[in-house]
Write a protein that binds this ligand. Structure first.
Ligand code: PEP
Length: 259
């Protein structure tokens, strides 16, 4: 089993001072760790340059953005391009988070363009997918996730797809305190891996990182990460406190060492 990937999504939280404090606390705590897992912090845009400075100095984590424009450059007021993110040292970028699909109307068409631009700029897209509560209640979760992945990612070549991370985030579990059970997570992750295998072959599917996101916290991370197809987590609320986030990284490390 490959090493785990743990990504913190700060969303639109923290003022400048608080952001610096959190970066400092995490960088300091990780200083003595010999990490097998990859740790990524995704602060809001204005803190990215500070975060990449901390990341460079620490060498123990990388930085990600929470979104990027679907256009290369030009008159798109308020947007931030993949190239700009690359230029400040961003290595990962969340794409298609359910909050962006819901509040900003992002479609698969928008997302596929963002994925293309990120890959062109050597940034790893962390592609989010997941069903709504009523879709699960009607047994539609596999159809929904399969359509989201096929529509936004399956135009990629195998060489491109190798650089993509998928995060399964059931929408009913995001920020709600409801977590998918380890069995529900494993079932969906195995489904996603099979989907990738059919399109890109066994080796690429095996190497694909499929993260779980949705109220993952210090208490439930270990059991989720122990599932064979769960390669780490995309963490929202619990990434905002250094100790909680560190405990999740520790869970990833524990599983990594047992395997
Ligand atoms: C997220 O927003 O990606 C997320 C998983 O949030 P939370 O952990 O707070 O549910």
């Amino acid at each position: 089993m490959k090493d785990k990937l743990v990504i913190g999504n700060w969303k639109m939280n923290k003022n400048f001072e608080e952001a610096e404090e959190l970066l400092e606390d995490i960088a300091e705590a990780l200083e003595d760790w010999v990490l097998r897992s990859t740790v990524v912090l995704c602060p809001p845009f204005p803190y990215l340059e500070m975060a990449t400075d901390y990341a460079d100095e620490s060498g123990h984590f990388a930085c990600g953005a929470q979104n990027c424009a679907e256009f290369e450059d030009g008159a798109y007021t308020g947007e931030v391009s993949a190239k700009m993110l690359h230029d400040v040292g961003v290595q990962f970028c969340i794409v298609g988070h359910s909050e962006r699909r819901k509040y900003f109307g992002e479609s698969s068409e928008n997302l596929s363009k963002k994925v293309n631009l990120l890959l062109e700029n050597d940034i790893i897209p962390v592609f989010c997918c997941g069903e709504l509560q009523n879709e699960r209640e009607h047994g539609k979760q596999f159809d929904v996730v399969s359509a989201q992945i096929k529509e936004a990612l399956f135009h990629l070549t195998a060489e491109q797809f190798e650089h993509v991370v998928i995060a399964y985030e059931p929408v009913w579990a995001i920020g709600t305190g409801l977590t998918a059970s380890p069995k529900q997570a494993e079932e969906m992750h195995a489904f996603i891996r099979t989907l990738a295998e059919k399109q890109y072959g066994t080796e690429i599917a095996y190497n694909l990182h499929i993260l779980y996101g949705g109220s993952c916290n210090a208490q439930n991370a270990l059991e989720l990460f122990m599932q064979p197809n769960v390669d780490g987590g995309l963490i929202g609320g619990a990434s905002l406190k250094a100790n909680d986030f560190l405990a999740i990284i520790e869970a990833a490390e524990t599983v990594g060492k047992e395997e």
